[in-house]
Every structure is written in C-alpha cells, then in structure tokens.
Design a protein around this ligand. Structure first.
Ligand SMILES: Cc1cc2nc3c(=O)[nH]c(=O)nc-3n(C[C@H](O)[C@H](O)[C@H](O)COP(=O)(O)O)c2cc1C
Length: 177
C-alpha cells in the first residue's frame, strides 16, 4: 500500500472480532511508533504501554464509561489491544509539543495498522478517564513523572479498508500570497 493510499483508506474502526494481533503485527506497529518524529528528538520523554490483559482492559473500559456517565458504553469497543502513549510531565509552555508528540505517535501506529489490515481507533476519551482513576493509573505502571496523553486500540476486524473519498475542503483554510 502506498502512503497516500494508507492515509486515504485509514478509518476509525469500532468493531472488533475479539481476536488479538500477532507478535509480528505488534512489532510492526511499535516500529511505526518509534519511527514517529518527536520534538527535539526527545524520545526518552515518551512512553508506550501495551495492554492486552483482559481484566485491565475491562477496568479502563469501565472507567471510560463511568466518566461519560454511560454505564452501558464500551469506549474500548471490545478491542483486545490498547496502547497508551504517555509523556514526561511537560512544562506548561511545552505542553503543545508533548501532546503533539503523543498524537503523531498514535497516528503512525494507526497508519501502520491500516497497512496491515488491522482495526484501529484513536482513544482520547478513555485516556482522560484513566488520568482521573488512580487505581487504573497505578496498574499501568508508568515510569515516574509520566502522564497519559492518548491511546489507540487495535484488533482483528471484519472491516476491510478501502480508499475513501476525502472532501478536500472539510478543514477550513486561508491562503496568503
Ligand atoms: C485527537 C483524537 C481523539 C479521538 N478520540 C476518540 C475517542 O476517544 N473515541 C473514539 O471512538 N474515537 C476517537 N477519535 C476518532 C475520531 O472520532 C475520528 O477520527 C473522526 O471522527 C474521523 O473519522 P475517521 O477516523 O473514521 O476518519 C479521536 C480522533 C482524534 C484525532
């Protein structure tokens, strides 16, 4: 798949068969994360936590549902893999860099998942819930002084990626000549 094809085929997948991904597929996705650009090249300021433990996935899912005030909701959509992207707690004026690093890392993983035909969806809502659930946060065992930013779910899906028609003007723009 060419880069532009992967970009235009990528879509947030919210339906999973429950089947996990292979170690090889996970390696590719983690390599894609490591290939991401990071502000000032400070890779040691970022951290990935790969969660496949069903009990912990359930706790994160429930924390998200509770935060949204919808107990029947499943913000992790039953995906068997959740990868949390965390950053070293940034100084206020560098928050934009830290949070952008995390988003770019998540996006690289989503694009690689697209290439591999694996379902993926960005997860910000449940990550906000993790941050306000000390018990769940503790179980994630983050390095000291790191805070969760965002995440991605992954898993086998019946959805087949196809090239999508992308409206060229859905993001507003102005041009200064
Ligand atoms: C920063 C960010 C946060 C997002 N958070 C969530 C989330 O918590 N849960 C979810 O289901 N989708 C989430 N999404 C997916 C968006 O809803 C989705 O990308 C958007 O509606 C466009 O659809 P598409 O990804 O299928 O092209 C998030 C996307 C981004 C970029």
């Amino acid at each position: 798949m060419k880069t532009f094809e992967a970009i235009c085929s990528r879509k947030s997948v919210r339906s999973y068969t429950g089947e996990g991904i292979t170690a090889d597929e996970l390696n590719h996705i983690i390599t894609a994360a490591n290939a991401a650009p990071v502000g000032m090249g400070q890779y040691d300021g970022m951290h990935l936590t790969i969660v496949t433990n069903p009990e912990l996935l359930k706790k994160i899912d429930q924390a998200g549902a509770a935060m949204f005030g919808k107990p029947d909701m499943h913000p992790l959509y039953g995906a068997p893999v959740f990868i949390l992207v965390s950053t070293k707690t940034p100084a206020k004026m560098m928050e934009n860099v830290a949070f952008s690093n995390a988003a770019i890392i998540a996006h690289n993983m989503a694009l690689e998942a697209t290439e591999l035909g694996i379902g993926a969806c960005y997860i910000w809502g449940a990550v906000a819930a993790i941050s306000s659930s000390p018990d769940v946060l503790k179980e994630l065992n983050l390095p000291e002084n790191f805070v969760p930013c965002c995440g991605i779910i992954l898993g086998k899906t019946d959805y087949k990626y196809v090239l999508r028609e992308i409206p060229a003007n859905r993001i507003g723009k102005n041009t200064i000549e």
